[in-house]
Design a protein around this ligand. Sequence first.
Ligand SMILES: C[S@@+](CC[C@H](N)C(=O)[O-])C[C@H]1O[C@@H](n2cnc3c(N)ncnc32)[C@H](O)[C@@H]1O
Length: 288
Amino acid sequence: MFKFGFAKTITDINEEDKTDELEWIPAFKLEITPEQVGVKYGTDYYTETKVFPDFNLKLIRSDKVVKDLTKHNCQNIIEAETQHSDLIPAKYEGGLKIWECTFDLGQYILEEQIELKDKLVMDLGCGAGLIGLIALLKNSTVHFQDYNAEVLKSMTIPNVLLNCDNRTNIFTKCEFYAGDWASLATLLDDEENRKYDYIFTSETIYNPDNHKKLYEIFKRKLKINGLGFIAGKIYYFGVGGGMRQFEDLVLKDGYFDVKMVWRSQDGVNREILKLTRKQHQEHGLLGI
Ligand SMILES: C[S@@+](CC[C@H](N)C(=O)[O-])C[C@H]1O[C@@H](n2cnc3c(N)ncnc32)[C@H](O)[C@@H]1O
């Protein structure tokens, strides 16, 4: 049975760490400079894999990343490593590992031949950034978001650089955002207020306390005819979040139609949900 490697049991979390008592890092844009790209973000420690059929990616080795972050005294990661934990709420949210629903979503995007040329895409909760990389390599402009800036710096950005023949793409076709979803939409409004053709997210619904924050980004930042895709497990044992709960929240709010577009046949039950704005909004009646 699938279980997250949490630092604390769910009972501990309920009693001690109520999400609203946690201190979430506010969202911010991670700026990178041409000088940093060569020196700081270059890497030789990667493996080249056919992560998806017919789609080769070079990916930095996560053991190397964890080792480097530990060497540089990155406390959140050291704490997670010491506790053998996949995440510590509001401190480290799991981005150094590639989670299985990323493979489902990537495969789905490629199989369905989702049109990604000249689109604006958000990889929400990107971790290693595989979904954003697919979009980037298919000629989208991509905004990568992860709670932990250290994940973006040590994993996502190197992965982008490893896979772009033209390294300047990282300035012209990518942006990187760290911090909590609660303040992300407002930050993005303040930046350029651009709305997305696609928002993709994988394995981000495990904590029900974060559902509303996550949903608000789809609501505020998808274009009228934009599409949202959520890949995740039907239920996250030991944590409490799940697809039906997230889907209920979306449906109750009444702005989106929700369709389950993919479901696993075996193993841990996993799904992909597609969000489209309801018809009356496309005609501007609700003024979004
Ligand atoms: C379990 S990881 C999944 C990473 C990646 N999508 C994958 O499937 O491999 C969860 C992701 O959601 C992000 N995340 C979780 N809670 C968040 C929050 N409250 N605000 C911003 N990002 C959050 C984490 O930073 C991380 O990128």
